[in-house]
Design a protein around this ligand. Sequence first.
Ligand code: FHN
Length: 616
Amino acid sequence: MSSAESSGEPIAPRSSQAERGADTRMDWWRNARFGMFIHWGLYSPAAGKWDGKEAAGAGEWLLTNAQVDPIAYREALLPQFNPVRFDAAQWASIAKDAGMQYVVITTKHHDGFCLWPSDLTDYDVASAPFKRDIMKELADAVRADGMRMGWYHSIMDWTHPDYLPRRGWDKRPTDGASFDRYVAYMHGQLKELLTRYGQIDVLWFDGEWENTWTHDWGKRTDDFVRSLQPQIIVNNRVDVGRAGMAGFSASETARGDFGTPEQTIPTTGMPGRDWETCMTMNDTWGFKDSDTNWKSSRTLIRMLCDIASKGGNFLLNVGPRGDGTIPPESVERLKAIGAWMRVNGESIYGTHASPFARPLPWGRVTQRAGGAAGAGTTTLYLHVFEWPTDGVLRVTGLANDVVSASVLGATPATAAGAGVPPGATTLLTTRDSGGVAVATPRVAPNADCTVIKLVIKGAPDVAPWFIGPDARGAVVCTARDATTTGSIAFEERFQNLGFWTDPQSTAEWTVKVPQPGLYALAIEYAAEPGAGGTVEFVVSSTVAGGASAATTKTRGTLTHTLPARASWGDFATVELGEIDLPGGALVQVRARAARMAGSAFANVRAVTLTPMPVVP
Ligand code: FHN
């Protein structure tokens, strides 16, 4: 019996993620683009050590990484939690100055410690020397700075006696443990968190991956929190079915308003889908003093641009220390990002994904309809990472006429250079067969990322992106160049498409060959024992329909059994058959798992189309 049923709260049926995305509730979140994640708790003063010894892995996983008895962990660390230098107003101003629009903090992480005084447990801040209500102090400070407040809340709880499964080293008996009672406890705490602290704008669930959490619990919890705060935005980790760190749910009907790629950025935009990449500045979420692997501010600024160019949000983490201060390395990077955002924020906030299907060789693009140049125009923000050495930035494939071009934040001095009239800050543009050419100053005004504001007439008119033949005439469709739906996502590990856990998910490539002909289709894949199945390829081309809408013509289908192999990294290339391709037309090559032998299908690294020899 769930808490919602027991407490009689309404369980209003909710629409699917796809339908929910259309409502205006998400508008502020989509415009915000950039937020602060905060991981703070008993693990913070421990700083990654237990009993004087360094534990491997992330700081907030200390209990598990050091295999500590949960009661011993609590008894050792609770009396230490006294972050006397905690200053909520300072944390809020650091986030605000960085250009962040919302803050999400851990109310309870997997260890079960509650950072607010809960009526339902004494494993909370009221039982620690600190005693103060951290949630209240931070929520007040964040709102005072005009930002939105979000709660992170872990479903998994390594300490609560009713949570199952237990950690392997936890010798407490499980008989008498009731998961129903645990969910009622969790719902009761969510009620505290959603009725005591005013409007809460985001609920960031986590720890949903163990087999005791189900779609049914996810639905009930999603409905319950929305019954308390109907405007709230909830991530997809309230439900089951998320495809690992890639962060997207296999099923379109999965609960949750946005996908949650973690420590990774999708390789392409995800049209029609809301998503947020969460990322650490070093490698740990919770403070760990030995983790000095800090990303540079340039890397973080470029990640923000990359994510915005794909239509996503960036939730960047800080792990405050046990004394309540944010590590200086984090503060330094946030200051650099804030300085960049004060000049270039308009190229991030409220923008939409690039009109180009793939990143451009020199950087990324975001767009905004209209703007100062008025209706009937579009503003493209060109985020230039690699500044041209020949004084010309080429926007290949852009067919629109240009209204104006300028460097955001430019002064006559910084704009000075080839083709730039003295004293001007606008840039000259020309057009050639390849697209628009922008005359650029000799030196990049900002080496991390200079933004050129390009105002064009009308909606972007961009040449379709496609994969053409290589020097030997073969068309190599790599994992990175795929457009995916559902759970499928790119994995750096083997440069493959992974998380292929759903028969409805698809991977598609757009190709074009100059001459018609017969092409052999081959797939490079790996599948661990028990995985594999049947792959189905559908090859179609869009045929201009003249007066009527363009139609899609199926040119062929291929299905083939892909047997399991030794592991997810044991790749082999298998030829599946031949496909007839038209010359000079865009062709879609789409793959899906028609049958899955197990819970995951395959890792796919490439699909190759090789021209068959012409028989005289
Ligand atoms: O296990 C947690 C981890 O500690 C951290 O909270 C991240 C942040 O999203 N989420 C889980 C790992 O996926």
